[in-house]
Ligand binder design. Structure first.
Ligand SMILES: C[S@@+](CC[C@H](N)C(=O)[O-])C[C@H]1O[C@@H](n2cnc3c(N)ncnc32)[C@H](O)[C@@H]1O
Length: 313
């Protein structure tokens, strides 16, 4: 157990308590180019879930106000991965431009959330490049090779920890979001690092934001140790999803967020779908799901995963 971390598995309860029998419902794949199709997802009697291929800012702009109960998402981290597709967020040369890109997407997320809705934002940090302009391929983790690395942001020095999560959190707070909690995702099986002058990073953040002062939060849905209130440090092993060649977050990270932040039948959003982990958990917990992803190859992966959600364990 990590020093100071609560020994809890916050999601173990979530699935067993909340999984509902479901009507096998195929997840539809729609595209940014045919926005007329989106309407069928938001009618009063709508029962469908969908993956939308497109740019999240553009697609969100086509969706109606106040339809989602919660959003659980992990945007691309700054300058860490190249998802090899034009229009991707994360490769902005300047840190401020990256924060602005995310603010714009998340402003749309705020609009499409119900007034009592929440945003669970998973984000990791990074270090300044210290003048290097590219990162060498890592045999264990090939997608981490970058052909460009941004210059050290103004005011920072080589080797500085950038503090990206908090910079983004403060920007969102200024934009009107209520910052309600900083959850530490502690990874007992974190990636080793070859550094000798600082500890190995073994955590990321999940920020809980709300749209309003009062919001849906069912604190009884997931309990912490000794049946007490959920704690802010969650120990969750990372698990590679074997079909995806990029960072996926574990289902165990998503389960408590959806358990306390939504109810059965609610509509859940992820504007950065990747391999579709939020959608998988949403469907298994009896929620509906709409996800957006720029890269059609990833949408294929997510579609297979979601449409097999109830077949595989
Ligand atoms: C960190 S990954 C998400 C991983 C996901 N949580 C999972 O478990 O697989 C971020 C995703 O955002 C996508 N992305 C990047 N820019 C985008 C944009 N402008 N619109 C939509 N998706 C984008 C990337 O292709 C990538 O799949």
């Amino acid at each position: 157990m990590a020093v100071g971390a609560e020994k809890i598995d916050p999601h173990r309860k979530a699935i067993s308590q909340f999984a509902l029998p479901f009507a096998a419902q195929r997840v539809h794949v729609l595209t940014q180019d045919v926005p007329e199709q989106f309407g069928s997802l938001f009618g009063k009697s709508a029962t469908e879930s969908a993956l939308i291929v497109g740019d999240s800012k553009k697609v969100l702009a086509e969706l109606p106000d106040q339809v989602f109960q919660t959003c659980v998402t992990s945007p691309p981290y700054w300058s860490l991965r190249n998802y090899n597709i034009p229009g991707q967020i994360g490769l902005e040369f300047a840190l401020e431009d990256y924060v602005t890109s995310l603010l714009e997407v998340l402003e749309q997320v705020r609009r499409v959330l119900k007034d009592n809705g929440t945003l669970w934002l998973n984000i990791g940090d990074s270090y300044t490049s210290g003048g290097r302009t590219w990162r060498a391929p890592d045999k264990k983790n090939p997608v981490r090779a970058m052909d460009i690395r941004p210059p050290t942001p103004k005011g920072l020095k080589p080797k500085d920890l950038i503090g990206v999560p908090w910079r983004l959190a403060f920007a969102l707070q200024s934009a009107g979001w209520f910052l309600r909690a900083d959850l530490i995702w502690n990874k007992p099986n974190c990636q080793p690092e070859s550094v000798k002058d600082r500890p190995t990073r073994s955590h990321e953040y999940v920020f809980l934001f709300s749209k309003s002062e009062r919001y849906l939060y069912d604190g009884g849905a997931v309990r912490g140790p000794n049946n007490r209130n959920l704690r802010t440090v969650w120990n969750i092993h990372t698990r590679a999803y074997r079909h995806a060649h990029f960072a996926t977050f574990p289902t165990g990270l998503v389960e408590p967020c959806l358990a306390v932040g939504s109810r059965s039948g609610d509509l859940v959003l992820d504007p950065f779908v990747g391999s579709g982990t939020t959608g998988l958990v949403a469907l298994r917990m009896g929620r509906r799901f709409v996800g957006i992803e720029l890269n059609p190859d990833y949408v294929d992966i997510a579609e297979r995963r979601l449409n097999g959600a109830f077949v595989r364990g």
